[in-house]
Design a protein around this ligand. Structure first.
Ligand code: PEP
Length: 253
């Protein structure tokens, strides 16, 4: 049985005071949620605030990026060890925005995953195809390539400490959501791809869906057998929307 994970990806949003209110709102509304795991992946500068507010509570803290290197002359970067020190449990790696705007290749993503895992935190590996790739029939090839690159670089064992997020690029921030059937098909494909190397790891690995998940579509997505949670962008910025999705995760168990 895989515990659902509902993780908010705040991206580059908020102020100190709005971050505080949002975390307080999520804390207040989540007391009845015990079966689903909840995480908030906040901008680096809010980590200390979030760590303080979440101390002793069950909501996990996450970051949205990490440096490929452990320490040294990498101006502007943040190491896995630093994130771990600030109480992060999760680190999003290879989000399509980072792949597209910051040139993150599969090789870079693989290094980030290894760095995160080396500190005991869990990377959330994002994979997904563009609309063009889907329309040209390359969806499976793209996803397989993104997964295989990590297996080749870090070994299949590395998936013992990873959550995967399937995020079709055409559904991110667009209001368009993959149908539950479309998402399930890709999630099952990802699980089979991992299973070809290690069936036990494939059975355990959590595969989250991300891409315009919201209160109105969360329950039907989360009801699919291979959808083990959600990576939530826009809807994670409104406490009551995020909580409604967390509640859908709770009910899906
Ligand atoms: C994301 O960027 O991870 C995401 C899923 O965004 P949204 O929910 O806004 O589509």
């Amino acid at each position: 049985m895989r515990q659902p994970l509902i993780a908010g990806n705040w991206k580059m949003n908020g102020t100190r005071s709005s971050a505080e209110s949002l975390i307080q709102g999520v804390l207040e509304g989540s007391s009845g949620i015990a079966k689903a795991e909840i995480a908030v992946c906040v901008p680096f500068v809010f980590l200390e605030l979030a760590q303080r507010l979440l101390s002793g509570r069950s909501i996990r803290l996450g970051a949205q990026n990490v440096c490929t290197e452990a320490s040294g002359a990498y101006t502007g970067e943040t190491s896995a060890e630093m994130l771990n020190e600030f109480g992060c449990r999760y680190v999003i790696c290879g989000h399509s925005e980072r792949r597209e705007y910051y040139g993150e290749t599969d090789a870079i993503v693989a290094k980030k995953l290894a760095m995160v895992a080396s500190t005991g935190m869990t990377p959330i590996l994002c994979v997904g195809e563009t609309l063009e790739q889907r329309e040209q029939g390359f969806m499976e090839a793209v996803i397989a390539g993104q997964i295989d690159a990590i297996i080749e670089a870090n070994g299949i064992e590395s998936f013992g400490q990873v959550a995967i997020a399937y995020e079709p690029v055409w559904a991110i921030g667009t209001g368009k959501t993959a149908t539950p059937e479309q998402a399930q098909e890709v999630h099952a494909f990802i699980r089979r791809r991992v299973a070809a190397h290690d069936a036990a790891i494939a059975e355990k690995v959590r595969i989250l869906y991300g891409g315009s998940m919201k209160p109105s579509n969360a329950a039907e997505l989360l009801a699919m057998p291979d959808i083990d949670g959600g990576l939530i962008g826009g809807a994670s910025l409104v406490a009551e929307d995020f909580l409604a999705i967390c509640q859908a995760g709770e009910t899906a168990v």
